[in-house]
Design a protein around this ligand. Structure first.
Ligand code: FE2
Length: 601
């Protein structure tokens, strides 16, 4: 490679939350999940998003592959040539060179054996810290072949602690590996030289406990966010057994209560406990009508116990990481990083440590694509320059529409097009209309941050039920708010943080605020908030400002632009399709001062 040649690296994540991150000389050009293009939630196999790379480059220097199992062993193969499907696709698209004589592809680097390391890398390189300790709390990371008591078995990364440093050092200092039970396995080893402590057990890890309770509440294992929404409806119930036997340095879940089924999901052994057994999925009636489990108190109480106990053991783990590493900067990633209730809890529980915490907003597996690409870049360049913190998540591919294209698309969906200002939008919102906003690049990660959002009036006392109904979401799920950064401390207690730009914390209101914005306050008095300044998102900032000017309220109701079970919209066509399928009538394009109106029958 010549010295000044541009270096293109693509990281791909293969599992659920499949996606691609494209780097040009180390800079993220785009990063997105496959589901946004394929329109299938949690879609695996980043094929459509690999094709998207061609819009930016026709050649890759490296394709770095993230997952939990080796590419060679776990990916479907193309007929005859034997290439795995991703290598094959990149070869056929001309993105990587084809070496016909050896059928080897040196540009393809498989890092699937480093799943947790990739989560940590994603968080570390984006944190702005020059060194840090990484805490990864995840469902099941890399599959590890092991021999325990002369028995061959698989282990699965559940929680890992890393000592992180530039250019690309991620030394494991602690790890919990879960095994499929019941083996009655429980032991810890300490490597004196590396100071690495590894615990292998047949107990469920933190996320597996959450998955088990999530299924017990009637959701899919991957829908932990719903359990987090349900938890404040429950309360402490002494008849319910503890989920963890050991809340200490290695969280050991109750073996009798939680049965992990690594790698996927886990189960609550409800039949052993009278208090938990009550309430079946079906009510026993001949037509087998499904009972809403979230209405049962035992479900709510276990969801409560799950949130309270898991956030405590996670907090203990962070404390352990800080003490073992001696570092004052902490980066958090892996699926549990998305638990915005726990993230807020750490700020209080760990206050005495005087640490700075960065929680990675792309903590789901989509972030491993970014981690893989960034780690590869640093391994090649050996760069020790600390990257600035990147709070912006507007990393999707770029879309530009001219007037004629807007007209054509509007006709396709029989939408009216009119000129529109921010003030017009606020008029619609305060008249109790939902207004969808579509602008710029889509958000990476699961949060809508004003580029693909549905906006509403947070002061409407019926707002939560109204929008939940229109979005086909469950009654108990709360909504978020976007607030002008300069007003945040007057309205919310950020526990020492200056801002919350990526909506990673569910925070307490300041006294007297709750009643002002009932539509976005959860039953426990918290709100998941996004702070917005003009530099981060000028159009969005101006809309919230216009709302404040009219109402005196500096916060607007913000929920993701999708319907229940659908991925976030990606294109303008997806946006209008969503309007067509719902009772949402207005779509605002602030970049074009344009409003699409789609009157539904
Ligand atoms: Fe993961």
């Amino acid at each position: 490679m010549s010295k000044n040649k541009t270096m293109w690296i693509a990281g791909i994540a293969r599992g659920h939350n499949a996606g691609v991150c494209l780097l040009k000389d180390g800079e993220v050009i785009f990063s997105m999940e496959e589901e946004r293009l394929s329109r299938v939630k949690y879609d695996g196999g980043p094929l459509a998003s690999i094709v998207k790379i061609l819009e930016y480059t026709d050649k890759l220097d490296y394709l770095v592959v993230a997952h939990t199992q080796p590419l060679d062993e776990s990916s479907p193969k193309l007929e005859f040539c034997g290439d795995d499907v991703y290598t094959g696709l990149c070869r056929k698209l001309g993105l990587i060179e084809s070496n016909r004589s050896s059928n080897k592809h040196p540009q393809v680097i498989d890092v699937s054996h480093k799943h947790h390391e990739l989560h940590a890398a994603c968080a570390f390189y984006r944190s702005g810290f020059d060194d840090a300790v990484g805490v990864v709390i995840d469902g099941a990371g890399t599959f590890i072949q092991m021999s325990v008591n002369n028995e061959d078995m698989y282990g699965f990364e559940t929680e890992t602690l890393f000592d992180c440093a530039y250019p690309a050092t991620f030394n494991t200092i602690g790890k919990h590996i879960g095994t499929r039970g019941p083996h009655d396995i429980q032991f810890t080893t300490l490597n004196d030289e590396s100071k690495t402590e590894v615990t292998i057990s047949d107990r469920a890890g933190i996320v597996k406990v959450y998955e088990a309770v999530t299924q017990y509440c009637g959701f899919q294992a991957i829908e932990a966010g719903k359990t987090m929404g349900l938890f404040p409806y429950g309360e402490k119930n002494d008849k319910i057994p503890q989920l963890f036997d050991n809340m200490g340095r290695v969280p050991l879940s109750n073996r009798n209560l939680i049965a992990p089924t690594y790698p996927n999901a886990a189960l609550v052994n409800q039949h052993l406990y009278t208090e938990l057994a009550e309430g079946n999925v079906y009510d026993g009636s001949p037509d087998g009508e499904q009972v809403d489990l979230t209405l049962l108190q035992n479900r709510r109480d276990l969801a409560y116990a799950c949130q309270i106990e898991t956030q405590q053991v996670a907090s203990n783990l962070i404390r352990e990481a800080v003490e073992r590493s001696g570092k004052k900067n902490v980066v958090i990633s892996g699926g549990y990083g998305l638990n915005c209730v726990a993230n807020y809890y750490y700020l209080k529980d760990l206050e005495d440590l005087d640490i700075e915490i960065y929680v990675e907003p792309v903590s789901n597996d989509a972030g491993t694509a970014m981690g893989a690409a960034m780690m590869m870049h640093h391994q090649i360049t050996n760069s020790t320059t600390t990257l600035p913190r990147t709070d912006s998540l507007y990393l999707g591919p770029k879309y530009n529409y001219n007037a004629q294209q807007l007209k054509t698309i509007s006709k396709e969906f029989s939408a009216e097009v009119s000129d529109c200002s921010n003030e017009d939008v606020i008029e619609l919102i305060t008249s109790k209309n939902i207004v969808a906003i579509f602008q710029g690049q889509s958000e990476n990660g699961p949060r809508a941050l004003g580029n693909r959002s549905l906006l509403y009036d947070p002061t409407d006392p019926h707002g939560k039920d109204h929008v939940n109904e229109i979005k086909h979401r469950e009654y108990f799920r709360p909504f978020a708010g976007s607030i002008l950064e300069e007003d945040v401390h007057e309205w919310f207690d950020l526990r020492g943080m200056e801002s919350s730009p990526t909506m990673m914390y569910a925070v307490n209101c300041q006294p007297g605020i709750e009643g002002k914005i009932p539509a976005i306050i959860h039953v426990d008095g918290t709100c998941r908030i996004q702070t917005v300044n003009r530099e981060q998102n000028p159009h969005y900032y101006d809309i919230i400002k216009a709302f404040k000017e009219k109402t005196g309220c500096p916060i607007i109701f913000n929920t993701s632009f999708n319907l229940g079970g659908e991925p976030l919209v990606e294109t303008l066509q997806d946006a209008l399709w969503t309007l067509q399928q719902s009772r949402i009538e207005y779509l605002y394009l602030p970049e074009y001062n344009t409003l699409f109106t789609l009157k539904n029958e």
